[in-house]
Design a protein around this ligand. Structure first.
Ligand code: HEM
Ligand code: HEM
Length: 197
């Protein structure tokens, strides 16, 4: 079977899946590292996570921007949500996840920018060190970076719970659109063709 790069109304293609699952793994590492740091404090393992936290966060931000671009380019062809309340909630939930995936690292970068410390992730000088210090850039991240990140984790937990409900309770093909081959579902997930106009 030919590789399916782009999305179709039945399933997500390789690029969307790669971005979805790749970012899921990287986000899991971010939360694992910060969770461990809070639970056990400074150890060699948590120091490893802490020193990689900002570069990984920037990578996630870049991937998120690419993912939004790819999502927009595939907007008319990817699986549609149903038009009932649950479908609208799914849309709103995905939108909120995107908003948080953009906001959480951006606030932290803004804080770093204002600190004057400079930032060289992966050997690329993103922010040059400087003498000036911008106080106001700190406040939003101090107040919101960690808090919004935990809100994102709670939303992710809800998202995963819904995916499992689709798979094991409703037994439709929603999980198979993102994971696995063709849906072997008792009830196929609503596809664009079945949607009322
Ligand atoms: C999607 C990307 C990111 C996620 C999911 C994330 C998540 C988190 C979490 C869960 C915490 C722990 C909060 C707490 O102690 O309660 C944290 C702390 C922190 N993060 Fe991130 N982060 C991301 C990106 C970044 C980036 C890009 C930077 C730096 C530019 C950064 C810098 C920090 C710093 C300095 C802390 C400790 C101070 C604080 O809680 O604000 N993070 N992050
Ligand atoms: C075990 C973990 C996960 C499972 C089982 C899972 C499952 C799924 C499934 C089945 C879909 C397709 C839904 C549909 O077509 O209506 C989906 C889409 C989506 N998921 Fe996840 N997911 C997981 C983790 C994550 C994480 C960590 C995030 C990011 C915060 C995320 C964000 C999204 C978004 C934004 C969509 C909409 C499609 C897109 O724009 O890529 N998911 N997920």
């Amino acid at each position: 079977m030919a590789l399916q790069w782009r999305d179709t109304s039945e399933r997500y293609g390789i690029v969307s899946r790669g971005l979805h699952w790749g970012m899921a793994v990287l986000l899991a590492l971010q939360f694992l590292g910060m969770g461990l740091k809070l639970a056990v404090g400074r150890t060699p393992l948590t120091s490893f996570f802490v020193s990689n936290h900002a570069p990984l966060g920037v990578l996630l931000l870049v991937l998120c921007v690419l993912r939004i671009g790819w999502g927009l380019a595939n907007a008319r062809r990817r699986p549609r949500q149903r038009r009932d309340l649950l479908g609208r909630l799914a849309l709103a939930g995905h939108g909120a996840l995107y908003l948080l995936m953009l906001l959480v690292p951006t606030l932290a970068l803004l804080r770093l920018y204002g600190s004057g410390r400079g930032f060289r992730p992966y050997g690329i000088e993103l922010i040059a060190p400087s003498e000036r210090k911008l106080e106001w850039t700190e406040l939003p991240a101090e107040l919101l970076h960690g808090e919004l990140a935990w809100v994102m984790l709670a939303l992710i937990a809800g998202h995963v719970a819904m995916a499992l409900l689709h798979r094991f309770w409703w037994r439709d093909g929603v999980l198979a659109r993102m994971w696995g081959g063709r849906a072997r579902a008792r009830r196929p997930a609503a596809s664009a063709d079945e949607m009322p106009a």
